[in-house]
Write a protein of this length. Structure first.
Length: 42
């Protein structure tokens, strides 16, 4: 447990952050699902 993994890290090319682990991809997927759900409800 002494080796913390980052969920997101800097992109190699460009500006911003990208997922680095399955937890990061889970956050991205849930965010996309929430946007789609809100779009369908509204």
């Amino acid at each position: 447990m002494n080796d913390p993994r980052l969920w997101f890290g800097p992109k190699r090319i460009g500006w911003g952050w990208s997922p680095r682990s399955w937890e990061g991809w889970l956050v991205v997927g849930l965010s996309v699902a929430a946007v789609v759900a809100l779009k369908r409800l509204g």
